[in-house]
Design a protein around this ligand. Structure first.
Ligand SMILES: [Cu+2]
Length: 314
């Protein structure tokens, strides 16, 4: 049996943790040392024991000591910090698997080289992986604490990445670390590390959505919307979130604004599809433009149909 505690979850753990402990230890030594010295001086030099203050005119010896010792200490911290940080930002090995992490308000999507897209990050054990960071709207952050992987995701920058080798099987927390708006807390998912053969089996299986059998009508559509994060902005019970509620939407009249003109339309299949693929062409009256971004590359026509099936039930 392997002792899980003895294996680092990724190749970055050792370096990052060493820097952390070195800095923490030095800080603690100073905290305790300074507190003791301070208390001792309060005792020794109070007015009763030391009624007449001594004037000290400077000391070369002291100055050399308090320059060189702290210098050595900060260089030591720098050394371990550098050691831990260079593998985080260095070039990935040529055989690294690439995954693109796409963040938007308020969900993550992971896109694989064969076109697979998921809301959970699946990885093979002991294989290097390079994660390209992409944001569609505001600054998000991708953080997998167990792997010591953390990176900002900046819109408009396509050159940011992190690479690492996961060494432990299991499910690890993954979440956004920039306060990116109202439903920031929805950006919470996991990284799942599997043995290589199991991962390959999963990777080759390109059937897109697993539709649960025997569920209520529309449940599959609700599943798609949960997975891709629509429910961060849309409710199903009539309450207003960032976007209009889906309740009573389907096939009902609706006032939208196109350019500057108001127009009454019916929320039929075509309208709903347009709302998802070109959300900013028609804006629902009373709501803001530019908040919902297109899902053109993220949803298939079949998935849109499942969503519409669900909207019909509301
Ligand atoms: Cu975020």
């Amino acid at each position: 049996m392997i002792n899980r505690e003895l294996i680092d979850a990724s190749n970055l753990v050792a370096g990052v943790d060493k820097a952390f402990w070195v800095i923490l230890t030095i800080s603690f030594i100073f905290l305790i040392g300074l507190t003791i010295t301070m208390l001792y001086f309060v005792y020794k030099y109070n007015k009763k024991r030391n009624p007449k203050a001594t004037q000290i005119e400077g000391s070369i010896k002291l100055e050399i000591i308090w320059t060189t010792i702290p210098l050595a200490l900060v260089l030591l911290m720098f050394y371990y910090g550098w050691q831990g940080y260079t593998p985080v930002t260095g070039d990935p090995p040529d055989d690294a698997m690439e995954v693109t992490a796409v963040a938007r308000m308020w969900s993550f999507q992971f896109q694989y080289e064969n076109g697979k897209k998921t809301d959970t990050l699946y990885l093979p054990k002991d294989k290097p992986v390079k994660i390209n960071m992409k944001s569609l709207d505001v600054i998000h952050g991708l953080f997998i604490p167990a792997f010591r992987v953390k990176s900002d995701m900046v819109p408009g920058r396509d050159d940011m990445f992190r690479w690492f080798i996961p060494h432990l099987e299991g499910k690890f927390d993954l979440f956004c670390t920039e306060y990116c708006g109202l439903s920031h807390s929805y950006m919470y998912t996991s990284a799942v590390v599997m043995p290589e053969d199991k991962f390959n089996e999963w990777y080759k299986d390109t059937t897109k959505v697993v539709i649960p059998a025997g569920g209520k009508p529309g449940q599959a559509g609700l599943g798609v919307m949960k997975r891709i994060g629509c429910i961060a902005c849309h409710s199903s019970d009539g309450s207003r979130l960032i976007g209009p509620s889906f309740k009573g939407l389907y096939n009902q009249p609706k006032v939208v604004i196109i350019g500057k003109e108001e127009k009454e339309i019916t929320a039929d299949d075509e309208y709903i599809k347009r709302s998802i693929f070109e959300p900013n062409a028609e804006i629902v009256k009373g709501f803001n433009k530019g908040l919902m971004l297109s899902y053109k590359d993220q949803l298939t026509d079949e998935e849109i149909e499942l969503i519409i099936e669900y909207l019909k039930t509301l």
